[in-house]
Ligand binder design. Structure first.
Ligand SMILES: CCCCCCCCCCCCCCCC(=O)SCCNC(=O)CCNC(=O)[C@H](O)C(C)(C)COP(=O)(O)OP(=O)(O)OC[C@H]1O[C@@H](n2cnc3c(N)ncnc32)[C@H](O)[C@@H]1OP(=O)(O)O
Ligand SMILES: CCCCCCCC/C=C\CCCCCCCC(=O)OC[C@@H](O)COP(=O)(O)O
Length: 278
């Protein structure tokens, strides 16, 4: 009797939900994004004990475990990454990796090519994303307060020391926030200060535009192919603080050109380069 009643409700509800998802692109888009968030939360909750058991606590070694888990997500969402230039990651010792940042899906592209002993810089709000925050903490993600330049600067100078003493690479999104509008935002300077202060190379990485398969404005989230290019390292030995702006501008220009080439799109703003961050 009870299971009959359950069927009476569950079946029509499931059918109604399926119909609604079919009819409403907005709902379908949201459901897919929600499924991604749920997957991240669930995978993090399951991976955190493995990290603790294997490596005992917060360490960059956990990134290997996290990477292997996240690399399976792409099959669920039909994403494929065509990667070029991985050999450029083979630099001796630490470096600063900079890449463009389009959406929460970037985490899959990041883990697809993440070199060993590499941590990311993340906004500190991510620490409060439940199990996702926990796994980031365990993986050694460095959290900064973007609203306070002085806080971010002091965290970054600590990072510089750790990079050289512990031989760690650092991955930074120099746009400082997600941007899915088919162009790059002006770059913030933290990554370039860090590279020059520690005299390590900057390695730019560019992901092609997601707009053909992921676009919240158009409720679009389908399968897709992403072209990724790791560019040659830019060495900073001998550079000083006065070279930060030039280094930042060089990386921005090169990455933007590469972004348009990989995305197969024309330059925006009538072909001109928008103002760089001062
Ligand atoms: C199984 C598991 C599944 C699921 C789970 C997996 C999870 C595992 C993946 C994790 C993945 C994380 C992904 C996170 C992704 C984000 O959270 S992105 C957002 C956070 N990251 C960033 O913001 C990094 C980029 N931002 C910067 O570098 C910025 O420069 C800073 C450091 C935040 C400062 O911000 P700002 O003050 O707004 O920026 P800016 O205009 O650059 O600087 C102001 C002035 O300070 C100076 N300055 C800046 N930095 C410095 C410095 N270090 N030294 C001296 N002067 C400096 C500048 O030169 C500038 O002065 P002027 O040259 O104009 O005179
Ligand atoms: C108990 C608390 C529950 C909290 C629930 C949180 C739900 C979200 C769960 C999973 C989301 C998966 C996120 C994967 C990590 C991706 C990191 C990321 O891309 O962060 C965005 C950040 O770069 C820039 O942020 P803004 O564009 O400035 O904004």
């Amino acid at each position: 009797m009870e299971s009959g009643g359950l069927l009476l409700w569950a079946l029509p509800s499931a059918l109604l939900l399926a119909l609604l998802l079919q009819l409403s692109p907005r709902l379908r888009f949201r459901a897919k994004v929600l499924s991604y968030c749920a997957l991240c939360l669930m995978a993090s909750a399951l991976t955190a004990p493995a990290c603790l058991l294997w490596n005992g606590g917060r360490t960059v070694e956990n990134m290997r475990i996290i990477k292997n888990v996240v690399r399976s997500f792409k099959y669920l969402y039909g994403l494929r990454f065509d990667v070029k230039g991985l050999e450029h990651f083979q630099v001796e010792g630490p470096c600063v990796i900079v890449s463009n940042h389009q959406s929460v899906l970037d985490m899959m592209g990041l883990m697809e090519i993440l070199p060993d002993r590499c941590v990311q810089i993340g906004k500190r709000e991510l620490l409060y994303f439940g199990s996702v925050g926990l796994i980031m903490y365990l993986g050694g993600v460095i959290f900064i307060n973007r609203k306070s330049t002085s806080n971010a600067k002091s965290v970054m100078s600590g990072v510089g020391q750790a990079m050289t003493t512990d031989n760690v690479k650092v991955w930074i999104y120099p746009e400082g926030t997600r941007n899915g509008n088919g162009d790059l935002l002006p770059f913030k300077k933290g990554a370039f200060h860090l590279a020059i202060q520690t005299q390590v190379p900057v390695i730019p990485v560019v992901y092609s535009s997601f707009t053909t398969f992921y676009n919240p404005e158009k409720n679009l989230f389908t399968s897709g192919r992403i072209r990724v290019e790791v560019l040659p390292p830019i060495h900073t030995s001998g550079m000083t603080a006065t070279d930060v702006t030039e280094l930042c501008d060089t990386c921005y220009t090169t990455m933007r050109e590469t972004f348009f080439r990989l995305s197969g799109t024309a330059r925006r703003v009538n072909g001109s380069t928008p103002h760089l961050a001062q």
